[in-house]
Design a binder for this molecule. Sequence first.
Ligand code: C5P
Length: 299
Amino acid sequence: MTATQRESAHAKINLYLHVTGRRADGYHLLDSVAVFAGAADVLEVEIAARQGAALDLRIDGMFGAGLVGDDTTNLVVRAASALRAWVGADAAALPSLDAVLHKELPVASGIGGGSADAAAALRTVMRAWNLNLPRAELINIATGLGADVPVCLDQVPTRMSGIGEILRPAPVMPQCGMMLVNCGMSVSTPAIFRARKGGFSPAPDLPARWDTLSDMVATLSGLNNDLEEAACEVCPTIREVLSALRAAPGCRFARMSGSGATCFALFDTPEAADLAQDAVARPGWWVWSGDLYRKGCAA
Ligand code: C5P
C-alpha cells in the first residue's frame, strides 16, 4: 500500500427485518435481507511517516459537521484499535495511519452509515498493515464493533441472522432503481428496540431467486420491518416520508430501513427513481436516488 487508499462505505438497506427473538444479553435476534445502495461515505487512508499503529481521523462531508475524528467512540477509530489489539505487542512496529472520512450518509439513520465506515476501515487497515485475519476472526471483530458491521464487510446482497453475524447469500435479485429519503431526524437504535411492542416474527422461507422486481415486491409485501411501527411512534415524520414515497410516480414498494428513520423505495430503473425525486423532496429532507450497488460496478 503506497498512495492514498479510498474505500466506499455504501448505505445498507434492510428489504425486510424480522425480530425473531432476544438473547440473554438483551441483543435481538434478527432475520433480514440487506442490500446496498450506490450512496456511500468515502474513507481515505494514507500511511503516515510514524510508527505505533495509531489512526488519526479527520471528518468532513455533508454530514460530517459535529462529528469528532479523535473521539474514540468513532467506529473508524475503534476498528483500527480492534485490529491493533488483534496484532498485539508487534503492533508497535506498524505504521500509523492518517484517515479522512467523507461523511455523505445521514448519521444514526438506519442505513448503517457508521457500520459501513467501520467495515471500510477494517478492509483498508488490514491492507495497510498486511493482516490476514481468518474470516471467523474478522467477523468476530466486526460484530464487536456493531451488529451491522459484518454485513457491511462485503457489501453484497446478504441474508443476515443471529444479531447480524450469521451471513448467507440473499436470493438472486433483479437490478432495479432505489430512492432513499431521510427526514433529518436522528433515531437511536436502542431506543427503537426498547419502544418496540409485539412478539417475535418467524424467519420466512425465501425463494432462491427473484427473477423480476414484481417477484421481489410480491415476497417483500408479505414481510415487515418489525421496527417500523416503533420508529413511527418515536418519529412520526417517518409516516409522511412513507406516504410521499408510495405516492411517487413509478414507486413499486416502500418501507423503512433498519431502525429508521431512513426509508427506501424500489423503482423499475434508476432513471425512474431519479424522475420521482421532485415529487418526494421536501425542505430539510435528504433524498438520494440511483442504483443498487453491485460490487465492482458503479461506486
Ligand atoms: O450493535 P450496535 O452497536 O449497532 O447496536 C446498538 C444497540 O441496538 C444495541 O446496544 C442494542 O440495544 C440494539 N440492538 C439489538 N439487537 C441487534 C442490534 C442492535 O438489540 N441485533
